[in-house]
Design a protein around this ligand. Structure first.
Ligand code: ADP
Ligand code: MG
Length: 224
């Protein structure tokens, strides 16, 4: 999926001092892009705008031929569930579900019933492909951080999204596990032809991406 952002402006309510301004930003179909920026620079905000969770105050966000910024809330939600895989900072797993049910969580959010047999099969294959096939029924509270990260990765891929957004996807992993996690993420995106956008403050994670942007350069003119 191709993403095009133009003259984007966003503020959290009027009392907030933070203002995101991005004149122009693009992700070409199937590309792998990383954005580097320190904490508080607006990385998560930008991902939430592209995912259609937040709505810009001005400017445009196109995903393929869809104008995300113009969609009503229900259509934005549908766009997100069908087209966007989101790998959250700190993984956002649900403690009361086992590993496989966490992977299948996006289907619960569709509100269209339960995952099909094919969906379940795909979840199992994904888990096997990243070495956690034997942990399917394990409560996520009894998994290591690295295993939890893989559960979150499988969840972000299970619906075969055209766009994969990853927010500090390696939080709290040791350096070796971080490199593994990034490798699996990139391979997962590449195998499926998904466009990948990773945001992070960690310079060590972004080698070999097609493009690496700096949050500061992207938001030139923001006056921060
Ligand atoms: P990053 O992900 O780069 O650390 P964020 O996008 O989370 O940065 O946050 C950018 C700025 O917006 C920060 O100053 C943060 O405090 C502020 N912010 C984030 N979320 C909210 C919110 N829901 N309401 C008000 N301000 C927020
Ligand atoms: Mg953040």
């Amino acid at each position: 999926m191709e993403i095009r952002v133009g003259n984007l402006e966003f503020q959290y309510g009027s009392g907030s001092g933070f203002r995101l301004l991005i004149p122009e930003f693009q992700l070409s179909e199937g590309s792998q892009t990383a954005i580097l920026g320190p904490s508080g620079s607006g990385k998560s905000t930008l991902l939430n705008l592209i995912a259609g969770i937040l709505v810009p105050n001005a400017g445009t966000i196109h995903a393929g031929d869809r104008a995300i910024h113009e969609l009503p809330a229900t259509d934005r939600r549908r766009f997100r569930l069908r087209n966007v895989g989101y790998l959250f900072q700190d993984f956002a797993l649900l403690d009361y579900l086992d590993a496989r049910e966490n992977v299948l969580l996006p289907y619960r959010l569709y509100g269209e019933g339960h995952p099909t047999r094919e969906d379940r099969q795909r979840a199992v294959e994904l888990m096997e492909s990243v070495g956690i096939g034997h942990l399917q029924r394990r409560p996520v509270t009894r998994l290591s951080r690295g295993e939890q990260q893989r559960v979150a990765l499988c969840r972000s891929l299970v619906t075969e999204p055209g766009l994969l957004l990853a927010d500090e996807p390696t939080g709290n992993l040791d350096p070796v596990a971080k490199q593994d996690a990034i490798m699996l993420l990139r391979e997962g995106a590449r195998k499926r032809g998904a466009t990948l956008l990773v945001v992070t403050h960690d310079h060590n994670l972004v080698h070999d991406f097609d493009k690496v942007h700096d949050m500061d350069e992207m938001s030139a003119g923001a006056g921060r």
